[in-house]
Structures are given as C-alpha cells and as structure tokens.
Design a protein around this ligand. Structure first.
Ligand SMILES: *Cc1c(COP(=O)(O)O)cnc(C)c1O
Length: 478
C-alpha cells in the first residue's frame, strides 16, 4: 500500500505504477486521468465501430465481478472488466437495432455527458451550477417557445418521460385545486403509456381514477369520446382533472387530434397535457410541425429528446404554458442555499440534486442545428414509410401510424396462429441480426419496428421486409 500523492488516500501498488489517483487535483492537469479517459474513450469508440459484427442484442456475455475487492484495482483490471461488460451490452447503433425507442447516442452527446460528469455541478441551486443553471432556464424557455406555448411558458428537465408526466399531473391538480380530493379523474386514450398509471399511484389516487377511453379505428382519441366521459364523470360526482393526449403512442406511434382536443379542453376548463415523449420533437422544426399540430394549445407537454433525437439518456423535459405553476406546485424554499433572483432549479420539480443533463442537450442541438434536427426526423419518417411500402404480403396487416413506428400482425388469424408466426418471424429476423419487438395490442400479437436508427439503409429495409413477407406467406400455407 502506498500513499496517494494528493488526497492522502490509500491505493494499490498497481495504481502507483500506473499513476491513477482517485481524484484529479487542482494544481496541475492529471496525467493519470488523461490516460484513463483516453483508454476508456478508445474502448468505447472501438466498441461502437465494431457493432456490425455482432447481434444488436447479444445473448452471451462474460460477467465481471460486481462488488469491490478488499484491495483497490488498477486501471488495467478496470478496463478489462469494463470491456467484458460492454461485450454484453445492447448495441443501439447496429443497423438492425429496431426494437425500441432507443436510438444510438449522438456523438456530441457522449462527449458532453463525460464533461458534465467531470464538472459534477448540481442543478439544485444556482450557487452549485452558476452557468449551467442559467443555460438550463434559457434552453427550457426556447423549447417551450418553439412548441408555441406562449410568452410565459418554460419547463424543467427530468430523468425520463415518466417523471415529466407525473409532474405534469401534479401541476394540473394544483391548478384545478384538487389536492387531496379522491374524486379527481384523469382521461386518456386506451393506448396511453403506463407511466400515467404510476403517476396516479404516486399521487395517492385510486387506479380507477385513470379513465382509458376507447380509440377510433386508427388508434386515435376523438373529442366525442372525451365529451361522453366528461358527462359520465360529472353524473357520478367526479372531478375531471386533466386530459392526457398522445403525440405518439408506444405501439403505433399515433398522434391524437391535438387541436380539436385542445378546443374541447378550453371550452370545458380542462387541463390538456400532451404526452409527446415520442413525437413532440416534431414541434421543434417547421417541416415536421404539422405532425403535432395543436400541441401549441396544450397546458403542458412531455418531450423526450432521448428518443427520436438520440440525445443520450436520460433526456426529457416537462414544458408548461404557465411556467410559474412549476414553482407553485413544487417550491419549498431552500433555506440552506443563498437566495437568488428567480427560482432555484431544485424548486421546479420533484428532483432535488439534478445532473447537468442540459449540457448534452445544448451541445447536441447546437451541433445538429435546426437543419440537422429536421433531417434526422424526416429520414426516420421516410424509413418508416419505405418499410410500409415494402411490406406487401397480403397476409400482413400493417397498422396505421403517424410517426416512425411500424407495427404489424397477421390478417384474419386467431391469436394462437399469429403468435406462432410472430415467434418464427422474430427468430428468422434475429438470425439476420434484425431485432424487432413483440408487443400485444388488444390481445393481438404484433411485431414492431422503430425506424429511428440512422444506420438502417434501403438495402437493410428490403432484406427486413423480404423476411417478414416470406414468413407471412408461409404461415398461410399451413
Ligand atoms: C417513453 C415514453 C414515456 C416514458 O418515458 P421514460 O423516459 O421511459 O420514463 C412516456 N410516454 C410515452 C408515450 C413514451 O413513449
């Protein structure tokens, strides 16, 4: 055991040789950190560049030890263990990684995350993140204004869309004055995300408080369904608190008619939250805004740059028309922090300590530019459109969708036969390194492709469609 040069901590002889101190000191650039970062970066770059050789979803991996040994380990061992772990990781940048809303990370986002981690600032309070707190406020206002939410709009980053949805409903309840009222109910469509069920549980509301309303034949929630629900709720003496409309459902990628729903909410004095975890990013650019038309009339919006845009996880924002409502809903005072003009980051939502997620979001968006964002989105939609064209087997039923998701099942077949086809097709696809997911919709087994992966080429789409078409045709010969 030797003594650490700077921090007085014990470390191993191996580390003494390799010069890896636990912390980088304030007196000079730390060569040990520099080497560590270089080697770890190289490992990552190599891993990313090697994905085409592997399956997007490795089924075999070496498991390095999970817990610390008594003795400290040196850099060499740490990197060996890291390499082993990475061998079993999901490969988001594989051209066949099409199962979920988890695209590869933008390169700038990767670098920004590294820097944010090194800065280790805390968005809880301005004194702990002077420049980053201001950047966060400015960027949230930009998001809100791009979506057209009005002059008083702003927002707050959250560790994922589930948390954004929860905070939105807490704000809606605050606004409606229904805190502690067990008669509160929330309306949404049948295809709404499970995070809404969780949100209501956390808010102390009964499960039945979430009304999942029937959708039209395409999978969209129509105003008349909401009107009927409003009447029923009032007749039962219940208190409607919010409508959650979807800008992108999880299986089909459907966008509810946001404009007409907003109009209904305005007439009824009902809060409109748009769960745009998948699709709200379309509102950021002129060429795609039509896909989420009406989002500008929402009271609150969940937007997840971690999905379509490829900002590394987590990256979600809750945006609100009335920005002050965040503070009204969550502010507690922070007596152990210096007072600031405006509001502290930790008083804008549920989280206290928050990492500088804003840093990767900011640099990524600056790198892409509005043109780059537009291109990323339009290419994803074009791939989805192209796959739809290529899925020609008459046995297939390709569900309608508004975004970059393509879900499909077997036409005129019972769930058992469709389940057999799905399993066979899924396996055949995996053998060619295409990974689709297997959602069920109203008891029907489906396959789902998410076309957010920029490395899926025309040739890949043709290959993918050929496998799906032929398995569907085979299934009808049985
Ligand atoms: C992904 C998603 C969420 C939840 O977001 P997380 O970041 O996974 O918490 C909410 N709603 C919809 C429609 C989603 O697709």
């Amino acid at each position: 055991m030797a003594h650490d040069r700077s921090a007085g901590l014990l470390h191993s002889p191996a580390d003494a040789e390799q010069g890896l101190d636990p912390f980088a000191g304030p007196f000079a650039p730390d060569p040990g950190l520099a080497e560590l970062l270089q080697e770890a970066s190289q490992l990552l770059v190599d891993w990313l560049g090697d994905s085409h050789r592997c399956s997007p979803r490795p089924n075999l991996s070496l498991e390095p030890p999970a817990v610390p040994d008594l003795q400290p380990l040196g850099r060499g061992q740490l990197l060996t263990d890291l390499r082993a772990l990475m061998g079993g990781a999901y490969r988001a940048n594989h051209y066949g990684a099409l199962a979920h809303l988890d695209p590869p990370a933008l390169s700038v986002s990767i670098a920004a995350d590294l820097v944010a981690s090194g800065l280790n600032n805390n968005l809880l309070a301005q004194e702990l993140s002077p420049s980053l707190s201001r950047l966060e406020r400015r960027l949230c206002r930009w998001f809100a204004s791009r979506l057209g939410l009005g002059p008083a709009a702003t927002g707050v980053p959250a560790s994922g869309g589930s948390l954004s949805n929860l905070m939105a409903l807490v704000c809606a309840r605050e606004q409606a004055g229904l805190q502690g009222d067990q008669r509160a109910v929330v309306f949404t469509g049948a295809a709404a995300h499970v995070s809404l069920d969780k949100a209501l549980r956390v808010m102390g509301l009964p499960r039945e408080a979430l009304w999942r309303l029937p959708l039209d034949a395409n999978g969209r929630l129509q105003p008349h369904a909401v009107e009927a629900a409003l009447q029923r709720a009032h007749a039962q003496g219940l208190r409607p608190m919010a409508l959650v409309a979807l800008a992108g459902t999880t299986v089909q990628g459907m966008v509810d008619p946001l404009g007409p729903l907003a109009e209904l909410c305005r007439r009824q004095g009902l809060w409109l939250h748009v769960d745009g975890a998948i699709g709200a990013v379309c509102g950021l650019v002129e060429g795609q805004r039509w896909r989420v038309a009406g989002v500008e009339a929402a009271d609150s919006v969940t937007i997840n740059p971690q999905k379509l845009l490829g900002v590394s996880k987590p990256s979600s924002l809750l945006l609100l028309r009335d920005g002050d409502l965040l503070q009204r809903s969550f502010a507690t005072g922070l007596p152990y922090m210096e007072p600031v003009e405006g509001v502290q980051g930790g008083e804008l939502g549920l989280q206290g300590t928050r990492p500088a997620e804003v840093l990767k979001l900011w640099l990524s968006l600056r790198h892409l530019g509005l043109q780059g964002i537009e291109q990323l989105l339009s290419q994803a939609f074009a791939r989805a459109e192209r796959l739809r064209q290529l899925l020609t087997a008459p046995q297939l039923q390709v569900l309608p969708g508004d975004l970059h998701l393509v879900s499909l099942g077997l036409r005129n077949s019972d769930a058992t036969a469709a389940g057999v086809w799905r399993e066979r097709c899924h396996q055949a696809l995996l053998q060619q390194h295409f990974w689709l997911s297997k959602p069920d919709l109203h008891g029907q087994p489906l396959l789902k492709a998410v076309l957010g992966n920029p490395f899926t080429s025309e040739a890949h789409l043709e290959q993918l469609a050929a496998i799906i078409n032929s398995t569907a045709q085979e299934s009808s010969h049985e």
